[in-house]
Design a binder for this molecule. Structure first.
Ligand code: ADP
Ligand code: MG
Length: 348
């Protein structure tokens, strides 16, 4: 058997960051099959050589990292675990069709708890016409881990990649941004109060929208359908899992371009603004929109010729445009100051 070589010294994982680590780990792999149309680097891998392609994507949620059992009902968790993988299929401008679910659960969880988790997965599958086709189940020493793998099939000509944005394309986003992160802030605030006084009843009145956004995200299959109906294939696309700034930088990096977005154009719900002002003076709604993440909205670019087809579409907002290769990704403030976008992200 080949001997594995261990290098001297030790580098902590956090020194690299998620994306540099993925690049490093996947760098030495060569493609062995023509059927691998696209590998690492987009929201899904693309499989097949013909007109119809298969899309595949996987996500993992770990207790204490991706979710907190103190305030996450298992039914919501199941729904969310399915939804976030389905969102990656929509991020290729395609519709999800199949789902596999793998679990590692400790003996802290009962059969009834697993039933609840699967009730949520089933709800999501039924809502989005997706079939549960397999998975795996094992025990864990501590906590719960859920891995979801989603598949979809689509016409090769209708797929949108992160890499297709070009000069003067318009940048669009569905729904609103920053609300899921504000939902998390509300839950974290209530958790701290609850830990101090276990008799405390959480006051979640008036936060229903932001809480739902965090606990029960929805993949935007409606946007994929709307674009198909209007005959628009976005030049590039990604879903907003880590925050607008990070996703815009992915599109700019993969497409070799810059971008300019306008702060006053960012779609932000009034509940997001309210949560921010209640939390702290330093918490700005625009920061939540840029760096909050977990909104699972679609961020995409369209050719200017398609503007008329989408200009009256209320479910999307045009927030800016693509600029020349080599130019930075910037946000212009209402005072006309240009801020360079950075991939901060609030989550770990
Ligand atoms: P998303 O946020 O859309 O789920 P990620 O940021 O998780 O995407 O991943 C970016 C790309 O890196 C994807 O193409 C994904 O398949 C790939 N990737 C992530 N983790 C790994 C890994 N451990 N090994 C190989 N590829 C990975
Ligand atoms: Mg994605």
């Amino acid at each position: 058997m080949e001997q594995l070589e261990y290098q001297e010294g030790r580098t902590e994982l956090e020194t690299l960051g998620e994306f540099a680590l993925i690049d490093r780990l996947t760098e030495g792999f060569v493609r062995h099959n023509d059927t691998t149309a696209l590998g690492v680097g987009d929201d899904c891998a693309v499989i097949g050589t013909g007109k119809t392609r298969t899309l595949v994507t996987t996500d993992t949620l770990v207790e204490g990292v991706g979710f907190d059992m103190t305030y996450t009902p298992l039914k919501h968790l199941g729904y969310k675990a399915a939804a976030i993988s389905l969102a990656d299929i929509t991020a290729m401008n395609a519709l999800p069709q199949q789902l596999l679910v793998s679990l590692a659960a400790s003996n802290r969880f009962s059969v009834e708890a697993m039933d609840e988790l699967y009730a949520g997965i089933r709800l999501c599958c039924d809502r989005y016409d997706v079939d549960l086709v397999g998975g795996d189940i094992t025990t864990s020493r501590a906590g719960l881990m859920i891995n979801t793998t989603a598949l979809g099939q689509a016409d090769a000509d209708t797929l949108s990649y992160r890499s297709g944005a070009k000069l003067h394309d318009l940048i669009c986003v569905s729904g609103d941004l920053g609300s899921a992160y504000c939902g998390l802030l509300v839950l974290e605030r209530e958790k701290v109060t609850f830990q101090a006084d276990p008799n405390f009843q959480p006051d979640l009145d008036g936060f229903d929208y932001v809480l739902e956004r965090y606990l029960k995200p929805e993949p935007r299959t409606d946007i994929v359908r709307m674009l198909a109906e209007k005959g628009v294939v976005p030049t590039s696309m990604i879903d907003v899992s880590d925050g607008l700034a990070s996703e815009l930088l992915h599109i700019c990096h993969r497409s070799g371009c810059g971008c300019e977005i306008y702060e006053e154009r960012l779609p932000i719900d009034y509940q997001t603004t309210r949560v921010c002002s209640e939390m702290s003076k330093n918490m700005l709604p625009v920061s939540c929109a840029l760096n909050g993440g977990e909104d699972y909205e679609l961020l995409f670019t369209i050719d200017q010729k398609d503007y008329d087809k989408l200009k009256d579409e209320r479910s999307i907002t045009i927030i800016g445009h693509i600029t020349e290769p080599g130019s930075p990704a910037i946000m212009v403030t209402p005072q006309n100051t240009a801020i360079t976008l950075r991939a901060q992200g609030f989550k770990n």
